[in-house]
Design a protein around this ligand. Structure first.
Ligand SMILES: O=P(O)(O)OC[C@H]1O[C@](O)(CO)[C@@H](O)[C@@H]1O
Length: 250
């Protein structure tokens, strides 16, 4: 796992956008695994800017998102379908039939999960998976305790995740209790993984990544240790808060 420390969230976003642009230029039909949440918003903004200014071409790109809330229709303002449209898809030229997200309203969520893993395989697998990290170390919506070989599945969201995401909804009660997420096993099949970590709220998770602990299912991001091609871009705020945490725990 390669850990790059950068000055701030803007530099983190710029480095991440550069990696994605380089990949798309090298492999125009790349399969991009995409993430939601606050962390990647700057990266999407810079990709949109680059597309407008430099014309990076996304016509052949396919995208698969990590997760979606159960029960939210694609057009719901809080769905991850809407997030992706708002922050990225509307600004670049990926044909809409090449955007894939799990359907949180499918009649059978379990079948939807199986279909989603099949879809990713049929696309030839993910070339680069973008990830954020939850305060408890979750990746996608894989909460602590998830098996590292799990495929796409339905999860019950932890209280801390619902609290953290309440800022996007009116209140914590409105945050759905369940979601569909790519499993850690699905994520680990990606050929390359780019994990973005920003801000002091990620101190606990970042300190565990820095410690390079053994894979532990209670800390989902530790699954990434076993993957041969993981880059972590962390801003100084996350790194220094993590180091302070290690110091105060010692
Ligand atoms: O980037 P944020 O908003 O801090 O969220 C971190 C992680 O939590 C999630 O939003 C899920 O709770 C992930 O999609 C994201 O990677």
């Amino acid at each position: 796992m390669k850990i790059l420390t950068v000055a701030d969230q803007e530099e983190m976003s710029r480095r991440a956008a550069e990696m994605i642009i380089d990949l798309v230029r090298l492999k125009p039909s790349a399969v991009l695994g995409l993430a939601t949440g606050g962390t990647p918003e700057g990266t999407y903004r810079l990709l949109a800017l680059d597309h407008r200014k430099n014309g990076t071409d996304y016509r052949e790109v396919r995208t698969v998102n990590l997760d979606e809330y159960a029960g939210l229709k694609p057009e719901d303002p809080n769905s991850y379908h809407t997030y992706m449209e708002t922050h990225f898809f509307q600004y670049v030229n990926i044909p809409s039939e090449q955007h894939f997200l799990p359907d949180g309203t499918a009649a059978s969520l379990n079948e939807e999960c199986e279909d989603y893993d099949r879809l990713i395989d049929n696309l030839g697998g993910v070339d680069l998976q973008l990830l954020g990290i939850g305060r408890n170390g979750h990746i996608g919506f894989n909460e602590p305790g998830t098996a590292f070989n799990a495929g796409t599945h339905v999860v019950k969201l932890s209280e801390s995740t619902r609290q953290a995401n309440a800022r996007f909804f009116g209140s914590v009660q409105e945050v759905p209790e369940r979601a569909i997420t790519m499993g850690i096993g699905t994520i680990l099949k990606s050929r390359a993984i780019l994990l973005l970590v920003s801000g002091p709220s990620k101190a606990e998770a970042m300190s565990r990544l820095l410690a390079g602990s053994e894979p532990d299912s209670n800390f989902p991001a530790s699954a990434l240790i076993s993957h041969p091609n993981v880059t972590v871009i962390a801003d100084a705020a996350a790194i220094s808060a993590a180091k302070r945490k290690v110091g105060s725990d010692a």
